[in-house]
Design a protein around this ligand. Structure first.
Ligand SMILES: C[S@@+](CC[C@H](N)C(=O)[O-])C[C@H]1O[C@@H](n2cnc3c(N)ncnc32)[C@H](O)[C@@H]1O
Length: 296
């Protein structure tokens, strides 16, 4: 793990090559060599690749999975393992790219199988909870993380790695790796390949600070609030630019009403919000009544 690119064409003897969505054992070997954990938990262990590598390297390792009765959405990893670990790293389903319960294992769909989440949004919420569960099971100063791929559906690109980075404490993120995918079977039909086929995943790593789950609410929620504020500011600035650098309030209202995304337009206080943005940042200066310009 010397660089931010991980590429292993071979998967090695660990785990099960026939398990759909299995990962290369060499990836885990690099991870353990870099972080040197003494204890490791994989709460979505699949065919067991990660824990086999860990044990071979003398690391105490726990492998849990829904297929053998552990449910990351309903059970605390910390309670099950019994002690906080140096590294808690998972490799979840990438939503329904591969469906696990009732297909890879078991006879029936399991309602808490992450690969059976009802929508992309529901999957993202559940994945967020899974990462909070992992974080709680990590000792302060230890690492938690995930191997996750992005997804293209009906022409849209969904980035779970970006979603997780946005949702978890920004001040704990320590590394983002691109992992090259080898030997992936694709059901993309060539004539539809307008955009590049996704041939990589991401490994995301956070280092846990000594704060409880509830103490990081601020670290998780504040950046979201800041982003929304920043979006208003960017929209008003851009509306001003489109009006040649100066605009009457009525023009800005109209521009935002016509052009803003639904969520912004549906804010019942959007006119007040525009006035507040004009007054808050020092980006704008009032000219005559109701007319504003971009500040120098
Ligand atoms: C991508 S696979 C892991 C593959 C593994 N890295 C390997 O090399 O074999 C994802 C796993 O997440 C498990 N899973 C899905 N929902 C879960 C849940 N709610 N709790 C625990 N495990 C879950 C699935 O059963 C599946 O085995």
């Amino acid at each position: 793990m010397e660089t931010s690119i991980s590429s292993h064409p071979e998967r090695g003897p660990w785990g099960d090559a026939r398990w759909r969505g299995n990962a290369s054992g060499y990836f885990y070997r690099d991870l353990f060599e870099a972080l040197k954990p003494k204890t490791f938990v994989d709460p979505m262990v699949g065919s067991g690749t990660s824990v086999e590598v860990a044990r071979e390297m003398g690391i105490r390792a726990w492998g849990l999975d829904l297929h053998s009765g552990f449910n990351i959405l309903r059970q605390s990893i910390l309670e099950v393992v019994g002690e906080p670990a140096d590294l808690v790293f998972s490799h979840p389903p990438y939503h329904d790219m591969i469906v696990y319960s009732g297909q890879v294992w078991g006879d029936a769909p399991h309602p808490d199988d992450l690969s059976r989440a009802g929508s992309i949004e529901e999957f993202a919420d559940k994945l967020h909870q899974a990462l909070l569960n992992q974080r709680r099971a990590t000792r302060p100063g230890g690492h938690y993380g995930v191997l996750i791929g992005d997804l293209r559906r009906k022409g849209r690109y969904y980035s779970f790695q970006a979603e997780l980075i946005a949702r978890l404490p920004a001040d704990e993120l320590v590394a983002v790796l691109v992992k090259v995918q080898h030997n992936v079977s694709s059901n993309n039909t060539p004539y539809r390949l307008r955009y590049p086929r996704i041939m990589h995943e991401y490994a995301l790593l956070w280092r846990k600070e000594n704060r409880s789950t509830y103490q990081v609410i601020g670290a998780m929620a504040f950046p979201q609030k800041r982003r929304l504020e920043g979006t208003w500011r960017a929209l008003v600035r851009q509306a001003m630019v489109e009006h040649g650098g100066r605009a009457a309030l009525a023009d800005l209202y109209r521009a935002l009403e016509e052009g803003a995304p639904d969520k912004v337009r549906n804010n019942p206080n959007w006119k007040a919000k525009i006035r507040q943005v004009l007054q808050s940042y020092g980006d704008f200066r009032p000219l005559s009544r109701g007319v504003w310009a971009l500040a120098a």
